[in-house]
Design a protein around this ligand. Structure first.
Ligand SMILES: Cc1ncc(COP(=O)(O)O)c(C=O)c1O
Length: 444
C-alpha cells in the first residue's frame, strides 16, 4: 500500500491561506522550504492541513531520527509537563537534568571522566563549547573548516563556511577564527585519489602555524565528522586522526560537532566513532530530544569544570520537559537498535543512488555513511560544476509529488537524506521512486 496520498494539488487551499497570513505576519528571513503547513506527523509521514500525506526525507533537519510522535517520548513529555514545566535549573534544579547528563557521560566516546551541561540549540552549544575551550586553555584562536556549518548566532555564524544565506550582510564576523580545507575528496584541489590525508594535513597545519597563527594561541579545533549543511561529505578517518594527533601535540582541544551526525544517523551512536578518535568535547542537539529545543556539551571533566561558577548557563538550558524527552529518546533509540536500522537504510539508499548516477549526466557524486546519504548535482560529470538550479528543481518536483527533501552544500547543489530511522522499507522505496522520477525529469 502506498503511503503518499495527495488529495489536492500542492499547496492545497488551507496551506495557501496560511501562507498568505504568514507573508503578512512573519518576515522573509525565517525561510520556508515548502509552501505547505503541517497538521500532524507520525513515524516518517507528515500530513498537511489539506490532508495530503508526505513521506519525510527531511526529519525536521535531522532532529527526528526516532520518528514523529514516538509514543514513549510523547508519554515522557506529558508526564513531566504535568509535574512542572520550568523552574530554571539555576534556581531549583531537578533530576531529569542530572540523569540525562549521566547518560550522555556514559554513551559518548572517550574512556575518561566527563561532565555535561545543557543549552537550547546547536548554535548555543557551539558557543558554550568555545567559551569552555578558551577559558580552559587561556588561548583565543579557533580552527574551523571550509563548508562548515555551526549555526546562526554571531560566533557560530563566524565559524560557518557558507556566505549565502548564512553570513551575507551580517558581518563583521568575530576575530581569531582560522579556516582550513575540509577533507572533501570529490572537490580536493591538489591531488587525485588515493589521497595521503596525513601528508596533506601535516602540510596544511604547517602552513597555518607558520603563516597565520601560532599553535600555542589556538584554543580549539571544531569539526563536523561528516559535513551536515556542507553536503554530507564524510571526513576520512585518516584525516580526522591526523588532525586529532596534531591537536594533542599542541594542547589544542578537539571539539566534535555532532549536532546533525549524532544519535545513530551514521550507524554508530556518534559519527566520530568511525575514526576511533575520542574528542575532548562533543556537541549534541537535534535528535537528542526528538525535536524539543535541547543541546548538550559533553567533555573532559577538567575542561568542563574550568569556567567559574555562574560563567555558564541560561534561563531555559536543560528544560525539564526537554530533558525528559532526551532520556526517553535515548532509551527508545537504543531499544529500537537505530544504528542497525541506519545501516540497512543506508545500504538500500546507496544502491538506489548508485543506479541513479548511471542514468543522469547531472549526478556527479554519491556518498555518505549509514543513513546520511547525498547526491551531488552538477552541470556535467566532467566539469563537476555545481548545479544549484537543478537541485532546487528536484526538491520542488519531489514535494509536489509527496516527498519532503532537503538540499545542502556551499553551492546548494546537494540532495541529502535525513529521513527518520524508523521509516519502513516500503516507504523508503516509495520515496526514492519519487526522487528518481524527479531526477529523470531534469533531462526532459
Ligand atoms: C553541525 C551543526 N552544528 C550546529 C547546528 C546549529 O544548530 P541549531 O540550528 O539548533 O542552532 C547545526 C544545524 O543544522 C548543525 O548541523
Amino acid at each position: 500500500m502506498k503511503s503518499i496520498h495527495l488529495k489536492t494539488s500542492i499547496p492545497g487551499p488551507n496551506s495557501q491561506a496560511l501562507m498568505q497570513r504568514r507573508q503578512t505576519a512573519i518576515p522573509r528571513g525565517p525561510y520556508n522550504n515548502t509552501p505547505i503547513f503541517a497538521a500532524q506527523a507520525e513515524g516518517a509521514l507528515v500530513t498537511d492541513v489539506d490532508g495530503n500525506v508526505f513521506i519525510d526525507f527531511a526529519g525536521g533537519i535531522g532532529a527526528m531520527n526516532l520518528g514523529h510522535a514516538n509514543p514513549h517520548v510523547v508519554q515522557a513529555i506529558s508526564e513531566q509537563a504535568k509535574k512542572f514545566t520550568h523552574t530554571c535549573y539555576h534556581v531549583t534544579a531537578y533530576e531529569p537534568y542530572i540523569a540525562l547528563a549521566e547518560k550522555l557521560n556514559e554513551i559518548t566516546p572517550g574512556k575518561f571522566a566527563k561532565k555535561t551541561m545543557f543549552a537550547n540549540s546547536g548554535a548555543e552549544a557551539v558557543e558554550n563549547a568555545i567559551k569552555i575551550a578558551r577559558y580552559a586553555t587561556g588561548r583565543p584562536g579557533i580552527i574551523t573548516f571550509e563548508h562548515a556549518f555551526h549555526g546562526r548566532t554571531m560566533l557560530a555564524m563566524s565559524l560557518t563556511g557558507k556566505v549565502k544565506p548564512y553570513k551575507y550582510g551580517f558581518g563583521p564576523f568575530l576575530p581569531e577564527i582560522y579556516r582550513i580545507p575540509y577533507p572533501y575528496e570529490y572537490r580536493w584541489h591538489s591531488s587525485t585519489p588515493p589521497i595521503d590525508w596525513e601528508k596533506e594535513y601535516r602540510h596544511i597545519f604547517d602552513e597555518l602555524f607558520s603563516g597565520h597563527v601560532a599553535p600555542d594561541k589556538v584554543a580549539a579545533l571544531i569539526m563536523e565528522p561528516v559535513l551536515g549543511e556542507g553536503g554530507f561529505v564524510v571526513a576520512p578517518p585518516a584525516a580526522i586522526r591526523t588532525m586529532a594527533k596534531i591537536c594533542r601535540e599542541h594542547g589544542i582541544i578537539f571539539i566534535a560537532d555532532e549536532v546533525q551526525t549524532g544519535f545513530y544517523r551514521t550507524g554508530k551512536t556518534f559519527a566520530i566513532e568511525w575514526s576511533e578518535v575520542e574528542p575532548d568535547i562533543i556537541i549534541l542537539a537535534k535528535s537528542l530530544a526528538s525535536g524539543l529545543p535541547l543541546s548538550a556539551i559533553t567533555g573532559r571533566v577538567e575542561l568542563m569544570d574550568a569556567p567559574h561558577e555562574g560563567g555558564l548557563g541560561g534561563t531555559y538550558g536543560g528544560n525539564p520537559i526537554a530533558c525528559a524527552a532526551g532520556l526517553a529518546s535515548i532509551e527508545e533509540m537504543q531499544k529500537l537498535k537505530l544504528g542497525e536500522r541506519a545501516m540497512a537504510i543506508g545500504e538500500y539508499v546507496h544502491q538506489r543512488f548508485a543506479a541513479f548516477l548511471t542514468k543522469s549526466h547531472q549526478l556527479g557524486d554519491t556518498r555518505g555513511i549509514g543513513a546520511m546519504r547525498a547526491l551531488e548535482i552538477v552541470k556535467n560529470k566532467t566539469s563537476r560544476h555545481p548545479d544549484k538550479e537543478s537541485a532546487q528543481k528536484i526538491q520542488q518536483l519531489c514535494y509536489q509529488n509527496g516527498l519532503l527533501t532537503l538540499t545542502a552544500g556551499t553551492y546548494s547543489n546537494i540532495i541529502r537524506t535525513l529521513m527518520p530511522l524508523v521509516i519502513s522499507m516500503d516507504q523508503l522505496a516509495e520515496g526514492l521512486d519519487v526522487m528518481e522520477k524527479a531526477i529523470l525529469a531534469l533531462a526532459d
